[in-house]
Design a protein around this ligand. Structure first.
Ligand code: IVH
Length: 692
């Protein structure tokens, strides 16, 4: 990958030092990383290994000899009375990581220690470290980590973060420095980047980078517009009084205490006597990682008891009592093999990079979205480029940036990529004209349902789990059904017979029967699923639910005027117009009538929504932990069908908390506030009373 890979050790070490320094500067000072962390780590580890093998190569200015970045001149410096340390990382990403840590802790405690160790485990948030100083309960200073000894005063920006209390509640000591992580939620990040894109401004590479850039904004008004969040995970300087608040004796109790003071503490944490609980935690969080609303790059294990922590002490800048246990990186480098254009359900044309396969965020990725033409041009992505690919959460992988300094002369000689010329203004699927309206970022195919790509997407949308839930009707099958001309419109689905289906490639009679069974089952879907499945522009799941709830029957939705539609919760003029236009089209009404004729009934009166009594109206419920049989989505659907609202956090306004296994701080909060707590059976009872 880099050009000097097989030079002499001296030359290689020198190159690595310069390269790492350059990457460091970009990361810490410019807030604009040039390569993914995994690449930085790889080079760093290579240099460390070289220096271990050839100690004479170690220089005082080697990046291995210092930790962290340097303070920006524009901010005042803050000297940390208690230094902000870093954590050692276990390189083994399997259970070996936890085992190695446990073995080391025991060895370092020596023969005087017998038995298992009490550990605390939590998430390793992917943001930037922050120290919040409270004096007499009032936030007086916020400082970044800087080089660990001296950071930057960013109080003015941190004050704008709503989650951070400006005043602590309850008992607290006269001086308390809270250490934690500033981060940006993924949905906030996506929204912010979309706004930047709409404004034609620079987008951020990832949430961590966006958080770091926002905190170090010189203009607090600008910072205030950036959606930042915070989790507390430790302490800096503390001054207590003889009678007042005392530092708890364990880390887990400390986090509880910080939460009581009003500081955000993440609910995903546990304590464990012995190493097995750490292994379990690592595995459990690995499964949860994609569905968390924010990025993590691993978990952190800490010796829970503060006395033991003190006995263990530090090596250079890293405590012996804590370790980070990582997960596969969510960003990697790979090569663009081609740029193709995909046609979506509404005709939107999306450029997609075909990639040399690369393992990112736990899966092998071969395609990544490039969003739209402007985005390709802004990032200047070209075929043959090395790019950073990111896959975080359940989202589609995306190309975040090009490694311009690695671009070859051949690629540099190419003209920048353009959508329309590369397609001669015709849809790549149906050949219809493509257009880009003024002020719009997207090109669209004008072919409508004439376009096979749009037909396929419409069918997949209808069949998806959150809509009609037709199991087995996936991309491969829909491709064949449309290409063979077996399905042109949604009602055609219900005319399929076993012989035609079984004759398709990779379809045995058994799987054909399964699909028919799933189709049969879908005939009695709930009304909101049906409305959502129709694929009306701007009508997502939530709007579909609101419409079903408000009107009760499909006919009433279909015949509603724009004014009547505007009366629905959360429906504005754009959505109302879109719904009205959709049902004004004779062919759309035709589709609905044909579906009805095929036997689709969408359970209006009974089932989820409609005329049933809905006594959870006005009630707010919070779900936490894992329920024995219901998924989150199912529980939420049932509660909403009964008229209730599902909220994300517990407050005095919460009526019920439904708690399952491994419920965390939400359950505790409910107990503190005296909110009624239900298990799954309790919830079912509540719902069945509701329908009686
Ligand atoms: S504890 C003495 N806990 O990881 C230990 N750090 O290299 C101090 N981080 O820059 C850190 N999540 O910003 C700790 N739950 C967590 C963390 C965490 C993320 C970051 C922290 C620091 C880096 C440590």
């Amino acid at each position: 990958m880099d050009l000097f890979a097989d030079s002499t050790p001296e030359a290689r070490a020198a190159w690595l030092r310069t390269e790492l320094e350059r990457l460091n500067h970009a990361y810490y000072v410019l807030d604009a990383p040039l390569v993914p962390d995994a690449e930085y780590d790889r080079l760093f580890q290579e240099l460390t290994a070289l220096e271990t093998q050839f100690p004479q190569l170690k220089t005082a200015d080697s990046p291995t000899q210092r930790v962290g970045g340097q303070a920006l001149e524009a901010f005042a410096s803050v000297r940390h009375v208690v230094p902000m340390l870093s954590i050692r990382t276990e390189t083994d990403t399997t259970e070996g990581g936890a085992l190695a840590f446990d073995a080391r802790v025991k060895r370092e405690l020596g023969a005087s220690w017998a038995g298992e160790i009490d550990y605390a485990a939590e998430l390793k948030f992917d943001g930037l470290a922050m120290s919040l100083r409270y004096e007499n309960g009032v936030l007086v200073q916020a400082a970044t980590r800087g080089d660990g000894e001296v950071g930057e005063d960013v109080t003015h920006n941190v004050r704008t973060i709503r989650e951070i209390p400006l005043r602590l509640s309850g008992a607290h000591p006269p001086v308390l420095e809270v250490r934690g992580e500033i981060y940006m939620r993924r949905d906030d990040f996506d929204r912010m980047n979309q706004q930047q894109r709409d404004l034609g401004e620079k987008t951020f590479v990832n949430p961590r980078n966006a958080a770091a850039g926002s905190v170090r904004q010189l203009d607090p008004a600008m910072a205030a517009r950036r959606p930042l969040s915070f989790f507390a995970y430790g302490l800096g300087e503390v001054k207590t009084t003889a009678q007042g608040w005392a530092v708890p004796s364990t880390h887990s109790a400390l986090l509880d205490a910080l939460a009581k003071m009003g500081l955000p503490v993440c609910e995903h944490r546990c304590v464990s006597l012995g190493v097995q609980g750490l292994i379990d935690f690592h595995q459990r969080i690995a499964k949860l990682r994609d569905s968390l609303p924010f990025d993590i790059d691993g978990v952190v294990y800490k010796v829970n008891d503060f006395d033991l922590q003190q006995r263990l002490g530090f090596v250079t800048r890293e405590p012996r009592w804590a370790v980070a246990h990582k997960y596969p990186a969510q960003e990697q480098i790979t090569t663009v093999q081609a740029i193709e254009v995909q046609v979506g359900r509404t005709g939107k044309l999306t450029p997609v990079a075909r990639l040399e396969p690369v393992f990112v965020g736990g899966v092998t990725v071969t395609n990544a979205t490039l969003h739209n033409e402007d985005e390709v041009q802004r990032k200047d992505v070209r075929v043959g480029d090395q790019v950073i690919v990111r896959r975080a959460g359940d989202v589609i992988p995306e190309v975040v940036s090009v490694l311009l300094e690695r671009r070859t002369p051949e690629v540099a000689a190419q003209a920048p990529w353009k959508l329309a010329p590369s397609l001669q203004h015709a849809c790549p699927v149906c050949g219809s004209e493509i257009v880009r309206e003024e002020g719009e970022a997207d090109w669209r195919c004008t072919g409508g349902l004439f376009c096979a790509a749009q037909r396929k997407q419409a069918i997949l949308h209808f069949a998806q789990r959150r809509a009609m839930d037709i199991e087995g009707l996936g991309e491969k099958l829909v491709d064949q059904l449309v290409e063979e001309g077996l399905v042109n419109t949604l009602p055609d689905l219900y005319k399929l017979g076993v012989l035609k289906l079984a004759a398709l490639e990779r379809m045995a009679e058994k799987s054909a029967l399964n699909v028919l069974e799933a189709l049969e089952k879908s005939k009695s879907a709930a009304l909101p699923r049906f409305i959502f499945g129709l694929g009306i522009r701007h009508v997502g799941e939530a709007t579909a639910k609101d419409l079903a709830r408000h009107f009760g029957t499909l006919d009433r939705v279909m015949n509603a005027s724009e004014a009547q539609l505007l009366e629905v919760n959360d429906v504005g003029p754009v959505v109302a117009q879109s719904i009205h236009t959709f049902f004004a089209q004779p062919h759309n009404r035709e589709v609905v009538e044909q579906l009805r004729a095929a036997g689709v009934t969408w359970a209006e009166g009974d089932g989820a929504i409609g005329n049933q009594p809905r006594p959870l109206i006005g009630k707010t419920l919070v779900l936490t932990g894992t329920l024995p049989t219901l998924s989150r989505d199912e529980a939420k659907d049932m509660i909403e069908a009964a008229g209730g609202k599902v909220a994300g956090s517990v407050s005095k306004k919460t009526d019920y908390v439904v708690a399952g296994a491994e419920a965390g701080s939400k359950l505790e909060k409910a107990q503190q506030l005296g909110v009624t707590i239900l298990d799954e059976v309790g919830l079912m009872t509540l719902l069945s009373n509701a329908t009686e």
